[in-house]
Design a protein around this ligand. Structure first.
Ligand code: CMC
Length: 428
């Protein structure tokens, strides 16, 4: 079978190489298309566009498969920690005991924020959205590390900023939350795990140290593992786009936070809880809500359903669904929102509208209920997603520089006015 495709347009013809990945996904290489034919491709939303080749994450959306560096998400969720997974995503291999200890120490040593950053936090109003604070403060972090604003992919010029971002993002998130609560900042506790330290930074009081329940700590770690990477989604593509101009790792991940914030992407985890709360508090029948979500004239959507890539169950949602039950039981909590979520899911999965459009629960459908159960405030949900995604964003930023990719610069088909004469003011 030929591994070339022929494209004919009017009197022009070009042979396009087929590029096949290790999992037999195939794409047509159009890098010479414009040079040889003057044509470009048009693909708004990039649903059919491969922007890179990547060794980091594999998704088969039809079969509901997700793997980081070849390891199944189900196995990592069961056996790994967030630190181990972060190392895997960043460096390509599971760490040895020594490598993991070194990595954890590096992360732990970077848990403090420069005290000068306190003034920046104080400048934000109480109601500042935490995602806005996070994005801004990641750029502020670069101001304290001007010697690290490089595109290095090896050695301390890469490992140090990567560790700083993965570690300090916790303190930035917790300080943002505490500022909004008018509470003083807590110094980090390097003796705790990555997730335990974050919970401490969020919830400890000066004379009342927060001691996380092991199930809570594990549930948060699992949440972070499930969010560590997800190939070329909106925010990761943003990180690559910004990084492609050779902007620093700090500004690239700061831009990633901006992209993640939107309700169609990471912001959906807040929207799911808002939706379930509204249904609960206003006594809306789930059946009526589902009908509204199907109605094109209604603004309602079933938040936490649908995905650009998954056309079957999002494997992360499957894992989370199981965990939510276990965590609620372990903590002896019952959440009426969970019952509503089950009911919505059951209905949506038997309705033709959802079946024919392949709309299944995505990662955000159950993650909000899990985060709520472990005491995370709703406006911090997307921040937690961002904390989990840092290793993936940094790994993609690194891979792009290792491959020496060109600056990202798509083209367009112009559909505006053709050349016209300037009209003097009095004639308009
Ligand atoms: N509720 C009702 N209808 C929906 C939904 C939904 N949640 N999602 C998609 N549809 C319909 C949509 O109206 C369209 O119908 P039609 O073909 O009749 O016009 C069809 O399904 C295809 O949807 P689309 O909007 O073209 O799909 P997309 O790939 O452009 O968007 C999505 C994917 C995730 C943005 C979208 O499904 C959505 O808005 N879902 C709700 C928000 C959400 O949960 N986002 C989190 C995504 S997972 C976490 C992450 O990685 O960010």
């Amino acid at each position: 079978m030929s591994d070339k495709a022929t494209l004919k347009y009017q009197d022009k013809e070009i042979e396009l190489d087929a590029i096949t990945g290790t999992e037999e996904e195939t794409g047509l290489d159009i890098t010479q298309l414009r040079a040889k034919t003057g044509l470009i491709t048009l693909d708004p939303g990039y649903a059919n566009t491969g922007s890179c080749t990547s060794d980091i994450t594999f998704i088969d959306g039809e079969k509901g498969i997700l793997r980081y560096r070849g390891y199944a998400i189900e196995e990592l969720a069961e056996k790994s920690t967030f630190m181990e997974t972060a190392y895997l995503v960043l460096y390509g291999e599971l760490p040895t005991t020594e490598q993991l200890a070194l990595f954890e120490k590096q992360i732990s040593d970077e848990s403090y924020l420069h005290y000068g950053m306190k003034g920046h936090f104080e400048g934000f109003p109480d109601k500042a959205p935490p995602m806005a604070v996070l994005s801004a403060m990641l750029n502020v972090l670069s101001c304290y590390n001007t010697d690290l604003l490089t595109t290095a992919t090896e050695g301390p010029k890469f490992t140090v900023p990567a560790a700083k971002i993965i570690s300090k993002v916790r303190a930035i998130a917790a300080w943002a939350y505490r500022t909004s609560q008018g509470k003083p900042f807590m110094p980090p506790r390097p003796d705790l795990s990555y997730s335990g330290n974050f919970l401490h930074l969020m919830f400890s009081q000066t004379f009342d140290m927060y001691e996380p329940h092991p199930d809570v700590e594990r549930a948060l770690d699992l949440f972070l593992i499930l969010h560590a990477d997800h190939e070329q989604n909106c925010s990761t593509s943003t990180v690559r786009m910004v990084g492609s101009s050779h902007a620093s790792m700090f500004s690239a991940v700061s831009a990633g936070v901006g992209a993640l914030w939107g309700p169609l992407h990471g912001g959906a985890n807040c929207e799911v809880i808002k939706m379930l709360t509204k249904i609960h508090e206003e006594g809306i029948k789930p059946r009526d809500f589902v009908e509204k979500a199907k109605d094109k004239n209604s603004p309602e959507k079933l938040m936490g359903f649908g995905h650009r890539v998954y056309k079957s169950f999002d494997p992360r949602a499957k894992i989370l669904k199981g965990q939510v039950d276990a965590v609620l039981k372990a903590l002896n909590i019952s959440d009426p929102l969970l019952d509503i979520a089950y009911e919505l899911e059951e209905m949506a999965r038997s309705e033709e509208y959802f079946i024919e459009r392949n709309l299944y629960p995505n990662v955000d459908f159950y993650s909000g209920i899990l985060l709520r159960a472990i005491g995370i405030p709703v406006n911090m949900f997307t921040v937690l997603f961002a904390i989990g995604r840092m290793p993936g964003w940094i790994a993609n930023w690194r891979e792009m520089h290792v491959q020496s990719l060109r600056i990202s610069r798509p083209r367009q088909i112009y559909t505006g006015a053709t050349l016209r004469d300037y009209t003097p003011m009095e004639q308009r």
